[in-house]
Design a protein around this ligand. Structure first.
Ligand SMILES: [Zn+2]
Ligand SMILES: [Zn+2]
Length: 170
């Protein structure tokens, strides 16, 4: 689900990757506004947990289909300087930010292809959490915890054999 303006092509590429890795159809959700309700003035960032709460509500009743929001705003949780994303398994909601993924170490915009791969691998990471996966020690697995954008470049595509096994995806 897009949370704010994002290229349609990027959203489709991310949805396609989620489907390729996990199986079931990944449908694009109704585009939403930027999550201004989660803005923290002191940090000039957006509180990702507030976004997860809102996503869980917007999903409505019925089947607990996992929702992954994609946004271009910079996310934080109180104890961390920033997060690339967050997942709440109980709420079956996750969010991923491209705010930091779109920059290289020199602060310049990365190539669209690199951004696409990073967004895909971090979306796989958060949906992996929703499906029950924990962090993985294999630095090439999408479930490895990225500390910086270049960590994401080493990951994927998809999850390692051990994580696949944990999901029953042999
Ligand atoms: Zn994680
Ligand atoms: Zn793994």
């Amino acid at each position: 689900m897009p949370l704010g303006p994002l290229p349609r092509g990027l959203l489709e590429d991310v949805a396609r990757e989620l489907q390729a890795v996990f199986g079931p159809t990944a449908a694009l959700g109704q585009p939403q506004q930027r999550p201004v309700y989660a803005f923290n003035k002191d940090r000039d960032q957006y509180h990702s947990t507030a976004i997860l709460r809102r996503l869980a509500l917007s999903r409505g009743a019925g089947e607990p289909v996992p929702v992954v929001g994609l946004t271009d705003v910079d996310l934080f949780i109180p104890d961390m300087p920033f997060v690339f994303g967050e997942a709440d398994r109980d709420a079956m909601s996750a969010v991923v930010s491209v705010a930091r993924l779109q920059h290289g170490p020199d602060g310049r915009q990365v190539e669209p292809e690199r951004l696409r791969r990073r967004a895909q691998v971090e979306a796989v990471h958060e949906l992996g959490h929703l499906l029950g996966l924990s962090h993985c020690l294999d630095s090439r697995c999408a479930m490895y915890l990225s500390h910086k954008p270049s960590d994401s470049d080493r990951k994927g595509p998809g999850v390692c054999a051990s994580c696949k096994g944990a999901l029953g995806l042999a």
